[in-house]
Design a protein around this ligand. Structure first.
Ligand SMILES: [Zn+2]
Length: 197
């Protein structure tokens, strides 16, 4: 009897989604289905990517993208987001997919890049259902204020400070697009059970 196929990795591994279901059940399936739902926003992304669900570093981080993994970019989702609800997971996926898309199209992937700002604004009608207008660096402006150390040797009488500009989308909201831009009481969707270990 030929048992070699029992131990063949490729026999088991028909899709990343199947692997994710084996590891994380409904949460794994939802993550991959969310990827598929948003794929049309990001032309050129592969049909599927490796998606890891686990405890992310620093706890505060809801998702991570590693664009330089040797096989493909991979997305890591914090297991804690699944308890928050389906819409939250969707939002985190949209966010991580933007990092991947920027990386795969050779653009700057960071939240403070021009490319990030442009894409977040362009995609907001489809993702958030409304226009978003934000310009990099527009949320703070320089003002000249009296120098509290005026009078000390070598200190000028005034100094320049950056202050927030009211009524402008702050950088921290763009950096956490799109979930930070949902209305505060937007329904988060149903929680999904997700095993951590
Ligand atoms: Zn990010």
């Amino acid at each position: 009897m030929d048992t070699s196929s029992l131990y063949s990795y490729t026999d088991y591994m028909t899709s990343y989604r199947e692997a994710a279901v084996a590891l994380w059940g409904e949460a794994g399936a939802f993550a991959h289905d969310a990827y598929g739902r948003w794929l049309a926003l990001y032309p050129g992304l592969p049909e599927q990517l490796p998606i890891v669900i686990g405890i992310t570093a620093y706890g505060k981080c809801w998702g991570l993208t590693r664009p330089t993994w040797e096989h493909d970019p991979r997305i890591t989702l914090s297991s804690s987001i699944f308890a928050k609800g389906t819409r939250v997971v969707d939002d985190v996926m949209v966010h991580e997919m933007l990092h991947v898309w920027l990386a795969m199209t050779g653009q700057e992937i960071h939240h403070n890049s021009q490319a990030w700002y442009e894409a977040a604004c362009r995609l907001s009608p489809a993702v958030l259902g409304h226009e978003l207008s934000a310009r990099r660096g527009a949320d703070r402006r320089s003002v000249r204020v009296p120098n509290p150390r005026d009078g000390e040797p070598g200190q000028p009488p005034t100094i320049v400070r950056k202050v927030p500009v009211p009524d402008v989308v702050p950088h921290r909201a763009i950096a956490t697009w799109p979930y930070s831009l949902r209305p505060p009481h937007a329904p988060p969707g149903d929680p999904i059970p997700c095993p951590t270990y």
